[in-house]
Design a protein around this ligand. Structure first.
Ligand code: SF4
Length: 476
């Protein structure tokens, strides 16, 4: 089983990052995967004007939806109840798990099959089920692989992106009875599929996430490629959908632009294999579908972000993962180093609301503020600005009036003093010039970050040597 969320991802972040950058295989896997995903996204947006127009539209829809969030949530609830769906509200992860557990117990459930749901990872649902003696089995292939390995997902769209096919072959041979080692990808998928097919028919409950919830029709939209989401939501007698409260949009016509931005930004696909639209449990005249359908709407810190004008933008996120794929830090340290369910730039700006600013301050510092994340974000979330704000919140004075949980917990006297001095120097041009001159003379005394940087850019070193040799040859 994957490890539960760490309560203080900040502690040990530097050590985990160092270990990740020292792992040549991990770096190679991530570099290759990120290059591939970047190229696929690029190929889906050949027309820059169309891309910008679509981003404008997607951003406007998300902002409009958030501006009307309380009303839309009520409308969604009313519509779903009218459709025969049971709606639950959970303020915390514990409450959400207790609701899911209550449903499972009422049905004497032993097995739950799960479609891909980062929210269920966020609340630690698998652990809550396991503690109650209920098996929660991941059915998305990537999620299934990391669950089998006892790991957490390392990417929000591709959970097992850090694993090579050789590692997956060895994992299947070790964990699945009667399975011989193979590194043939098609064969590995066939093996996983065979195990999972059987489980769908045995499961008492199917659990899924939600990509968009449409208020005017009471429709839950589920985007997926493997068909496992459709099986989870139709074969078991009970379907539980879990989602954060921010996923609501007003109209069905708001979904296509967001769907297009999501699939093209995430995996470079014009469309996914499946787009499931679920509005009700099975009706009397229908042959399939669950007899009971539940939706659990989860806050877990989102209302804290919502209450702040600047931080509300984090709730625009459609979980495409493009910011991770283009982040130079994430590409080098991978997802596990962050120690949070949501890694990378998006993780750094949403995790503080779930776990507290003090527990996650290191994540906001894991950025060069290069702006690549904001440049590719399909809904224009100003991620670097939010990272700077979170750094300030981590250092805030206790009497600053901040409403963020954990603000000021990472306050350091040394950092505060350094900024007081720096501000004083900045205010006086002549002093600034003198200090700059002195610092430029004393650079030999400074630690060499350049060495560390070039040390991880190994492909450049042979190129530089080749160039040097070439110049020597020419001189000769
Ligand atoms: S912040 Fe933007 S780029 Fe990152 S996952 Fe969310 S929508 Fe995608």
């Amino acid at each position: 089983m994957s490890q539960p969320l760490q309560l203080r991802p900040s502690s040990g972040f530097a050590e985990r990052s160092r270990a990740a950058t020292d792992d040549a295989q991990l770096r190679k896997s991530f570099r290759g995967a990120m290059d591939f995903l970047q190229a696929k996204r690029q190929s889906q947006f050949p027309d820059a004007r169309e891309l910008e127009a679509l981003r404008d539209l997607g951003t406007a829809i998300r902002r409009y939806s958030l501006a009307r969030l309380p009303d839309l949530l009520e409308q969604l609830e009313g519509k779903l109840i009218a459709n025969g769906v049971q709606v639950h509200w959970a303020e915390t992860a514990q409450e959400a798990n207790a609701i899911a557990l209550g449903i499972a117990r009422r049905h004497a459930a032993k097995l739950m099959v799960k479609g891909k749901s980062m929210v269920s990872e966020e609340i630690g649902l698998n652990h809550a089920m396991a503690a109650a003696g209920i098996e929660a089995l991941e059915s998305d292939m990537g999620e299934y692989i990391v669950q089998l390995a006892g790991e957490a997902p390392s990417h929000i769209i591709m959970p097992a992106i850090h694993k090579t096919r050789q590692e997956i072959g060895a994992l299947f041979a070790a964990k699945l009875p009667g399975v011989a080692y193979t590194e043939n990808v098609d064969e590995l998928i066939r093996i996983g599929r065979k195990v999972l097919r059987q489980k769908f028919s045995e499961a008492d409950i199917g659990l899924s996430g939600v990509n968009f919830a449409v208020a005017e029709t009471g429709t839950l939209c589920l985007v997926e490629n493997e068909g496992n989401g459709r099986l989870c939501t139709t074969v078991p007698r009970v379907h539980i959908a879990v989602t954060g409260i921010e996923k609501v949009v007003e109209k069905l016509e708001h979904v296509p632009p967001l769907y297009s931005l999501l699939t093209r930004s995430a995996t470079g696909q014009a469309v996914t294999t499946y787009l499931n639209l679920i509005s009700a449990p099975r009706q009397a005249h229908e042959k399939d579908g669950p007899e009971e359908l539940h939706l659990i709407l989860i806050d877990n810190g989102r209302s804290q972000a919502y209450a702040d004008e600047q931080l509300r933008a984090t709730l625009q996120c459609i979980r495409c993962g493009a910011c991770m794929n283009h982040c130079p830090v994430y590409a080098r340290i991978g997802g596990h180093a962050y120690g949070t369910t949501y890694p990378g730039p998006i993780g750094a700006i949403v995790s503080p609301h779930m776990l507290g600013v003090g527990a996650t301050y290191a994540l906001a510092t894991a950025s060069t503020l290069c702006g690549a994340c904001a440049e590719v974000c399909p809904v224009r979330i100003p991620i670097p600005d939010i990272l700077v704000r979170l750094r300030e919140e981590a250092q805030a004075r206790t009497d600053s009036g901040s409403t963020l949980r954990g603000a000021g917990e990472a306050r350091s006297r040394l950092v505060s003093a350094a900024f007081v001095v720096w501000a004083a120097v900045y205010r006086h041009p002549r002093v600034y010039r003198i200090v700059s001159w002195l610092m430029s003379r004393g650079h030999a005394l400074m630690p060499s970050y350049q060495g560390a940087w070039t040390g991880i850019r190994t492909p450049l070193i042979p190129a530089r040597r080749r160039l040097r040799d070439l110049i020597k040859d020419k001189r000769a």
